[in-house]
Design a protein around this ligand. Sequence first.
Ligand code: 8Y7
Length: 376
Amino acid sequence: MTDRKVYIRPIAFAESPQSEEGEAVRLAGAMVWASRFAVIVREGGRVLSRQRVAVNEVPKALAALPADLGAAAERQWSNLRKAHAPLSVALTNGDARTIRLDQPQVMGILNMTPDSFSDGGQFLDDGTIAADHAFAMVEAGAAIIDVGGESTRPGAAAVWEGDELRRVVPMVERLAAMGTAISIDTRRPAVMEAALTAGAHILNDVSALRYDPRSLELAAASGAPVVLMHAPGKADDLHSGAAFHDVALDVFDWLEARRDACVAAGIAADRIVLDPGFGFGLSLAENLALFNALPLFHALGQPLLVGVSRKRMIGALANEAPAHQRLGGSLALAVKAMDAGAHILRVHDVPETVQAVRVWRGLRDAALTAFSQMPG
Ligand code: 8Y7
């Protein structure tokens, strides 16, 4: 018995394929190209070998791998170069809404919790302030609004299911009437079900559908896209129990196993979005290592969501700035996530992030249409 595993991690990036004379591959259908890769083999959590190869050397490197790793390596190499179909969601008026994944999309956070650590619950009243905020996020260019009624920050008090329902369902109804794509941030199947009925389209579960076994069934039956986020702890204590050999490779294995379990339970593979889960039970060093390894996760073959907006890791790197003073760090990480080919950015500061996305896209468009600087 061996638990030997292979990983293909992109390690060098190009602004366009022509800058590498074609010796670069497009990652996961994003506006990102990679020219070199590390082929990593490990066993029992220990790295056995790490080989660095250029694009044209990849086939030979994969062919030379031990036979038991060949299929997985070929699958990852194909996944890295796979473009993702748009996420398509049905609006309550019968129209379809497609969220393109060939350019970064912004998911705006709508916290309906009075104790939310990053906005202090300032958007909570009879719902008008929250609805106005949601509308402003949509107008500013958010493709999805993520509605949450349960705080999952470390040590947050548990929320009664009835309170969570009362917070989120009316808001989902209002947003659905606006024609917005809506994700529901919850771990509870009853909240998922009520939110979907009220017009939500996407399930965003920080426990990756582990908190309640009925969630898996419900998600499969609903056909809704689901975001599966890694968290090291048990489903009811997401922040505890982290112990990694290598945080990026361990989270990769975890997400792969969780994706496979969800597919086995009947969730269509093309409806699954993966998320490394920044801030959940990780040390600063682990968060940073995981973030730097983002391009690796394209080898899983699923769209990638990144949520780092206003998180503690920013405060930890920047003089313990409080949550509402972390815009600079949030934007720096948003740009880095785009460079890594992340498909969806979950953020608080939508207008600022959308502006960053547009500037980033402008640079990419210019690189793609640049005239040749080749001799002759
Ligand atoms: C994330 C999240 C939170 C995240 C996804 C916060 C609900 C903490 N973080 N969902 N939720 N990914 N998918 O700071 O990183 O927003 S709550």
